[in-house]
Design a protein around this ligand. Structure first.
Ligand code: PGA
Length: 261
């Protein structure tokens, strides 16, 4: 069944890559390739030091400027942290919260992710809440349990109204940066379980309106099959977002997806 209420959304997560000139070149290429694109939203998640020049390169393109992380605190003695106000001052409109590398490499817990989600929404930003299971959890059949735990915790205290600015990214940890992708069927089944959980936590209206992106080794060659799934509303792209042409191809695949037309 088509899902006319959800505009597909594709994010490019550059992680700790690029330099200043390379970031501007990549953003300029993305803006050029996506000129006039309709029926899809796109964002790039840029290293903090390059937000300003990348924002300039994206000006007028419709591609959103995103940050890969955010502090849950408004200001003060938090060495190394970057606040919602600082990000907004640089033109950021959307942030990632709870990316698996921040959860599993840096050590962020569900509670901190929830504080970041709430601080960002309070500041008027959009948030992509990232969730997903590790390999051993998948092998133990715990995919849906892990997603449920991370979503329930991540969305604690988030109102139905604020859900209009929340996107969920389902990113199985074993698929991130590994070249291994969830099959479209496996991804769809996780996405459907997430949408069912959103009905339980909110209602059908919120569940049907919330975009759920897939992430984990998504690339031009597999994007169309993934986004063709009923509950997959775009993607969060790491490696393949570092080439403007590849990223643009994925965005175009999402824009042309008949399941969301
Ligand atoms: P990948 O990363 O596309 O390189 O697997 C996805 C992500 O971490 O968001």
């Amino acid at each position: 069944m088509p899902s006319p209420t959800r505009t597909p959304f594709v994010g490019g997560n550059w992680k700790m890559n690029t330099d200043r000139a390379g970031a501007v070149e990549l953003a300029t290429g993305v803006a050029e390739q996506l000129k006039g694109l309709d029926g899809v939203e796109a964002a790039v998640f840029v290293p903090f030091p390059y937000l300003l020049p990348v924002g300039e390169a994206l000006a007028g393109s419709g591609v959103k400027l995103g940050a890969q992380d955010v502090s849950d605190q408004p200001n003060g003695a938090f060495t190394g942290e970057v606040s919602t106000d600082m990000l907004k001052d640089c033109g950021v409109t959307v942030v990632l919260a709870g990316h698996s590398e921040r959860r599993h490499v840096i050590g962020e817990c569900d509670e901190l992710v929830n504080q970041k989600v709430k601080a960002s929404l309070k500041a008027g930003l959009e948030v992509i809440l990232c969730v997903g299971e590790k390999l051993e959890e998948r092998e133990a059949g715990e995919t849906d349990v892990v997603n449920e735990r991370q979503i329930k915790a991540g969305l604690t205290g988030v109102s139905a109204q604020d859900m209009a600015r929340v996107t969920i990214a389902y990113e199985p940890v074993w698929a991130i940066g590994t070249g291994k992708t969830a099959t479209p069927d496996d991804a769809q089944s996780a996405h459907a379980a997430i949408r069912a959980l959103l009905i339980e936590l909110y209602d059908e209206g919120v569940a049907n309106a919330t975009r759920i992106q897939y992430g984990g080794s998504m690339k031009p060659g597999n994007a169309a099959d993934l986004v063709a799934q009923r509950d997959i509303d775009g993607g969060l792209i790491g490696g393949a977002s570092l080439k403007a042409a590849d990223f643009a191809q994925i965005v175009q695949a999402a824009a042309g997806d008949p399941a969301h037309a």
